[in-house]
Write a protein that binds this ligand. Structure first.
Ligand code: AMP
Length: 502
């Protein structure tokens, strides 16, 4: 088997571009897929993102298209010959960037179209003529309907991250798009996993495909060091800080299961001094691209994200991925940790396992076909201590206040009044229904300390206040963050309770 690009006899302009990328040898998916695509066969590839699969399909397709390469300025001489479909805008953008790099010394043109952006510049580019069109399905259909994209000369179709396209519900769009394409073509399908739905899609649209699996399907990259730590919800952030510190990790992805949790965690980590940005589905396209750029440039330490937002992001050399929440879907575990240990680099994947996550971990174990050992976390510092004034002296008061947590029942330490406790528990249960029930707060008859009726005031002002924090402060007459609920006065609570019902 070959491993050097020079054995492929790529056209000089393509070989030059590859050499410029600094790739020394082919990755396993490239070794296997490139010769097969060069032969003109359909391919069904099980490859995670990060394995080098973009080059695995782009290079042989560009090589085949070199037969039509020409310097003409006429759009008619540059019809769409290769169509690459992807599920998300970010992914489409990344693949298009890579294709542009590989084609830079050729006369082959490429363009990308995805939703959330003005159609006009995309239309202008399409009208000039492009050989490689990278697109998300919805926006491509818009361009087809507007007659901006003519697909009757398409010879190559790539369905990339096909499983995710089906997850997102793109099947009808894909079927429509594929119905517009010439029947005689080469179709390549790439998917991180081969579910029964993917196999059905392949049997409908691929002809005698060669199946390529770089690793066992659903396997995680062997270059990723995986750890599962048993951590209660209240200690996850502390564990994150500790691992970042002890491992000397500069940048990481932190995955959470919900948009709300994503925004909340990013705010908390930012407040704790980490440069953090959130990436979730409610962010505008512009915000998402900016977040990504900032992370790529190293201006951001942590990218806190949900699965949909982060799927397939090509950010090289992410040293670590944290599963702050164990994913509900085991396949997402494979996708998440595919962000690290990419293209042969080593990586670290850490999952925080709460007591209620046992079933989810068992699902992952089954999927990756490996025994998972859940390790305890040993915190460097002792358990939080309470000073004589009733302050937690390790900086965790801010966290506890923000999360509505209770203080431990220790002699001389006040606990919230019963009514207040109930409210805390209700809020926490609404947020973390399963986990919280296992940590029901203990009751205490200790006398109240007026300290806990006061709003939180940070001990040290943060160096750079994030915009959201400044806005929240100016909006609040009491000068506290919008994210920290001021506690009700005890008297006010009693008043509410004793008021007659009307
Ligand atoms: P992909 O799986 O296509 O998203 O690629 C992941 C990353 O690996 C991209 O940033 C590529 O530039 C890089 N890459 C692709 N092929 C190679 C190679 N043969 N050697 C080193 N890096 C590569």
């Amino acid at each position: 088997m070959t491993s050097s690009f020079s054995n492929l006899n790529l056209a000089e302009p393509i070989a030059r571009a590859v050499a410029e990328m600094g790739y020394e040898s082919m990755t396993p998916i490239q070794e296997q897929a490139i010769p097969i695509v060069l032969q003109g066969k359909d391919v069904m590839g099980a490859a995670q993102t990060g394995t080098g699969k973009t080059a695995a399909f782009s290079l042989p397709l560009l090589q085949r298209m070199m037969a039509h390469e020409n310097p003409s300025t006429s759009p008619a001489r540059h019809p769409v010959r290769a169509l690459v479909l992807l599920p998300t805008r970010e992914l489409a953008d990344q693949v298009a960037q890579q294709v542009k790099l590989y084609a830079k010394y050729t006369n082959l043109r490429s363009a990308v179209v995805f939703g959330g952006m003005d159609m006009k510049p995309q239309t202008a580019e399409l009208k000039k003529g492009v050989e490689v069109l990278v697109a998300t399905p919805g926006r491509l259909l818009d361009h087809i309907e507007a007659k901006n994209a003519v697909l009757n000369q398409v010879e190559y179709v790539v369905l990339d991250e096909a499983d995710r396209m089906l997850d997102i519900g793109f099947l009808p769009d894909l079927q429509r798009i594929l119905s517009y394409l010439p029947k005689k073509r080469i179709t390549l399908l790439f998917s991180a996993t081969f579910s029964p739905e993917i196999k059905r899609l392949a049997s409908s649209y691929l002809q005698d495909p060669v199946t390529i699996e770089v690793a066992r399907s659903n396997a995680t990259a062997s270059t990723v060091e995986q750890h599962f730590y048993s951590v209660g919800a209240d200690d996850k952030r502390r564990a994150l800080h500790q691992i970042l510190k002890t491992r000397g990790i500069k940048q990481a992805f932190v995955f959470v299961n919900s948009k709300l949790g994503c925004a909340r965690l990013a705010r908390s980590l930012e407040r704790e001094g980490l440069k953090t940005t959130a990436l979730h589905g409610d962010k505008s396209q512009d915000e998402r691209l900016k977040a990504l750029e900032a992370f790529k440039k190293g201006e951001v330490d942590l990218l806190v994200c949900t699965d949909v937002a982060a799927r397939g992001l090509d950010i090289k050399d992410v040293p670590a991925v944290f599963n702050f929440d164990v994913p509900f879907n085991a396949e997402d575990y494979v996708h998440r940790i595919g962000r690290t240990g990419r293209a042969g680099a080593s990586g670290l994947a850490v999952s925080f396992v709460a007591p209620s996550d046992t079933r989810l971990v068992a699902d992952i174990e089954k999927l990756i076909n490996a025994k998972i050992e859940i390790e305890p976390v040993e915190f460097e510092e002792d358990r939080p201590r309470i000073s004589e004034q009733g302050r937690i002296n390790d900086g965790r008061r801010m966290y506890r206040e923000a999360e509505g947590s209770e203080q431990p029942d220790e002699p001389g330490v006040a606990a919230p009044a019963p009514r207040e406790r109930r409210e805390i528990r209700e809020t926490r249960e609404a947020r973390e229904p399963r986990e919280r029930r296992e940590y029901a707060p203990r009751r205490s008859n200790a006398p109240r300390d007026p300290f806990f009726d006061q709003p939180y005031e940070p001990g040290q002002p943060a160096q750079e206040q994030p915009a959201w924090e400044t806005a929240a402060k100016s909006a609040s007459p009491r000068g506290i963050s919008a994210n920290i609920k001021p506690k009700k006065k005890v008297a006010a609570l009693f008043k509410t309770v004793t008021e007659p019902q009307t």
